[in-house]
Design a protein around this ligand. Structure first.
Ligand code: NAD
Ligand code: ZN
Length: 360
């Protein structure tokens, strides 16, 4: 047996207000005055001077506002990469993503595609990237996905929703400044925060579990319980803790895998465009048979925060549409193997998945 030798984020800053250090951090990384830093910023911050005035633009640097309305697509990545190459005299000094999981994944994918030929869809899968990515920095503005720490960038391509999983995907630098999350709307806070909770439930209840994953997963699980079920935290403490829960949840799945909720949620996302956080919430609500304790806690959290999830999103789907979602879900074999075990195909049938989807 050979164990995976996986890369981690090489540098990380943590602290409220640490975003202001960005200029000092990138200055030594500038290759020359014609080699710009490209800032990819969630367009929710357009006109928000509190944040944008601290983006250290110089020389040929360029800021692109990116919409997180839809999750990143391979076609969108390819267009953006082409624009960056055409508009600048030299290869960028670095790519800096400022936003939620959508923007962080966009930044990782752009950094990879700047140094690798062809189209981003060609790299969806495991270890298909040949060349090291352009220097890239991740600065999360909402907590939960673990995209700031993970070895993947999840993209929707023409044929599938699948990550570019590679040793070159993780950020070279991450800035964890919990203050950046202060204006996240309540519902979105819950959905993205629950992504972290679901990562823990799936990792801690999976067959791939090991002491490495368990130590991170248990910490993140405890933090989530404190944040979402107790009343003893200030807003700032809760922001700090959720940012660290996201990190630990991401670290936990780095050496294990996600499970049933993510497999089914990918199906919803591919067919209906349901976003990752809310999709996981819609799915986990119906997974008592797989994760009894986690689902019980999830329902308590949902109730405590008055979250109403959409119901009946699969009510009017045709058999062909159910088949598309089931195909996407079943194609994620490592997720099922982690959740159920090597013999998962004996119990995870198309009929069973259809019944689950019909409840959503
Ligand atoms: P998101 O990036 O989709 O953003 C959700 C919403 O929150 C958007 O409307 C955005 O504008 C808004 N927002 C973000 N920061 C804000 C702030 N500070 N104030 C106000 N509004 C803010 O949300 P997400 O849940 O973080 O990311 C989901 C994406 O992450 C999906 O594309 C999913 O596939 C991906 N993901 C990636 C990984 C990975 O390991 N790479 C893991 C899980 C999920
Ligand atoms: Zn997730």
């Amino acid at each position: 047996m050979s164990y995976r030798n996986f890369p981690m984020v090489s540098r990380v800053v943590f602290g409220r207000g640490s975003f202001s250090q960005l200029g000092d951090i990138i200055a030594p990384k500038r290759l020359n005055t014609n080699a710009p830093f490209i800032f990819l910023v969630d367009d929710v911050f357009k006109g928000n001077a509190w944040l944008t005035s601290r983006i250290p633009l110089a020389y040929d640097d360029k800021l692109y506002y990116i919409s997180a309305e839809e999750e990143p697509k391979t076609s969108g990545i390819d267009t953006l990469v082409e624009e960056i190459i055409l508009k600048h005299k030299e290869h960028p000094s670095g790519i800096i993503g400022i936003g939620g999981g959508s923007i962080l994944d966009t930044a990782k994918a752009v950094a990879i595609m700047l140094t690798n030929k062809g189209e981003s869809k060609d790299y969806q899968g495991w270890d298909l990237v040949n060349n090291p990515a352009t220097y890239h920095i991740g600065i999360p503005t909402i907590s939960g996905t673990g995209a700031e720490v993970s070895r993947t960038t999840i993209l929707t391509g023409p044929e599938r929703k699948l990550g570019i999983n590679s040793d070159y995907t993780p950020f070279d630098q991450v800035i964890l400044d919990p203050e950046l999350t202060k204006d996240v709307p309540k519902d979105q806070w819950f959905y993205t925060g629950m992504d972290c909770f679901v990562h823990c439930v799936e990792s801690l209840n999976g067959t791939y579990l090991n002491a490495f994953s368990k130590s991170y997963g248990e910490k993140a699980y405890e933090l989530c319980k404190e944040i979402f079920l107790k009343d003893n935290l200030s807003k700032e403490e809760a922001e700090d803790k959720l940012m660290m829960a996201s990190w630990h949840g991401g670290m936990s799945i780095a050496y294990s895998q996600v499970g049933v909720a993510h497999a089914l949620s990918y199906g919803l996302s591919f067919l209906l465009g349901t976003k990752h956080g809310i999709g996981n919430c819609i799915v986990i609500d119906h997974l008592e048979e797989f994760y009894p304790e986690g689902v019980k806690l999830f329902k308590q959290m949902k109730e405590k925060h008055n979250i109403t999830l959409p119901q009946g999103i699969c009510a009017n789907l045709s058999d062909a549409e159910f088949d598309i979602m089931i195909d996407v879900a079943l194609s994620l074999e490592p997720l099922w193997e982690n959740a159920i075990g090597k013999n998962w195909k004996k119990t995870i049938t198309r009929e069973r998945l259809k019944e689950l989807y019909q409840k959503m």
